[in-house]
Ligand binder design. Sequence first.
Ligand code: OAD
Length: 248
Amino acid sequence: MFPPSLIDKLAAAHRVVVLTGAGVSAESGIPTFRDAQTGIWSQYDPEQLATPQAFRQNPKLVWEWYAWRRELIDGAQPNPGHYALAEWPDLFPSFTLITQNVDGFHHLAGNKEVIELHGNLQRIKCVENGHVIPHWQELSGQPPACPHCGTLLRPDVVWFGETLPTRALITAVEASRTADVFFAVGTSALVQPAASLPVEAVERGALLVEINLQPTALTSWADFAFHAPSGTILPPLTRELASRRHPS
Ligand code: OAD
């Protein structure tokens, strides 16, 4: 199923980096950002809701949108794509998993180290002082107030126009620049700075592999592109790599 030249490269690779996007969680039933949405939220553009301005103008609307996403995530499970990636730290001397997703599914599937570039939906923080609040009570669609400073609480995710967590970004860039093989999985590669990571990797000589339902802006950079669901591609690829690393 997989080209022998890819398997050979991976079997010899020292540093492997995977960047995931919303597509890797699509098979868990979590809608992506740019594919068509269904239901009440189809009338909203996520980019219009994921901004500090949107929260200032209509905190209830933004809070409800994230509460809806949190409910979806709470009612869903990692899928075979996530579970396959949980085995990758054992397959390569160095492995870095970077995600743009805020659903925490990579952790849930078993990846102990995940660079979460866009934060995590299961945490909230206050708008003024960044106090992170791990547990809170839902108040019928209203954002609660920070117990420390009284300002409104918001999801601890990165919104458009905000900077990414510095340490996470630096680590992601360093890993990408030194990767032998870089996988872009389920991302449209349209949102910066995450979209630059695969390009940084390729420019420094990495092999680029794309797994996506459809071609993206990255496809022309890719050495190998699999246009199929990640939950269909990653498990057999993982099995093949594991059998090469640990022949029975
Ligand atoms: P997008 O919604 O932009 O792209 C999802 C990609 O996944 C698309 O290219 C789909 O073709 C692909 N896809 C869908 N189902 C798939 C499957 N089963 N297997 C493989 N690929 C599949 O999501 P992201 O690229 O993650 O940022 O978006 C990046 C950022 O934009 C998000 O983190 C979020 C968003 O606005 C913030 O909120 C800051």
